[in-house]
Design a protein around this ligand. Structure first.
Ligand code: AMP
Length: 226
């Protein structure tokens, strides 16, 4: 199964993505995680990406698009993948569509997690990252995933904040890109909705991001099984 997962920063997309990965046994490919791992490792890619990420800007398409298209060619992607954080603008959507069509790969599902901009912003500022595993969800403002004191609720690991999570200007910048229906991420979502209307694939799953983690997850799993 090949799936794209859309949702604004703060919608809980990463948390739900980890559940989908577990249910379907496919790799969960998160562009943001790939960039952050490269920054931690001090790689050339990380050095190049850091400034853009700290400012809440997109890393240029010339870096991001080949990075993801190469990742999708790796062995673990043969039976499917869940792509999270890509495409992030209309150009990336068009380039991905072109590359998949050229490779004869069908995109099965597009998940569109819908959440109000202000709610998403509050959630981001409460987010905490586990140093042991980026997929361990912790948020000081969400009861279901509140940290255990100041430690990760899953493994007891140290928690840290992402520098771009505590910067309101950077959050507004990222959301400006997400909610932009002209060339931004919503334009990419609409690109797939139009494609779905024309070609009957991919299937579009719209998800209300407001309820708690468990409710959203139940709705998502039910819709994936339809
Ligand atoms: P995220 O973890 O998804 O919030 O991503 C963190 C940051 O990584 C973003 O604010 C961008 O600077 C960068 N990034 C993630 N995905 C993309 C993408 N598809 N295109 C360009 N930059 C990206």
């Amino acid at each position: 199964m090949k799936i794209l997962f859309f949702g604004p920063n703060g919608s809980g997309k990463g948390t739900q993505g980890a559940k989908v990965k577990e249910k379907l046994g496919i790799p969960h490919i998160e562009t943001g995680v790939i960039f952050r791992e490269n920054i931690s490792a001090g790689s050339d890619l990380g050095k190049e990406a850091k400034g853009y990420i700290d400012r809440g800007e997109l890393v240029p398409d010339s870096i991001t698009i080949p990075m993801i298209l190469d990742r999708l060619k790796e062995d673990d992607c043969k039976n499917g993948w869940l792509l999270d954080g890509f495409p992030r603008n209309l150009t990336q959507a068009q380039e991905l569509d072109k590359a998949l069509k050229e490779a004869g790969i069908k995109l099965d599902i597009v998940i569109d997690m819908v959440l109000d901009r202000q709610v998403a912003k509050n959630r981001i500022m409460g987010r905490r990252l586990c140093v042991n595993d980026n997929n361990h969800p912790n948020n000081i403002y969400i009861d279901a995933i509140k940290p255990d004191g100041d430690k990760c609720r899953i493994c007891g690991g140290e928690l840290k904040t992402r520098s771009d999570d505590q910067d309101e200007g950077a959050i507004d910048q990222r959301h400006g890109i997400y909610y932009d229906t002209e060339t931004g991420t919503m334009a990419a979502v609409n690109f797939y909705k139009d494609l779905s209307a024309k070609e009957s694939v991919p299937k579009i799953i719209e998800l209300d991001g407001r309820p708690g983690v468990q409710e959203v997850s139940a709705e998502l799993m039910a819709k994936l099984s339809e």
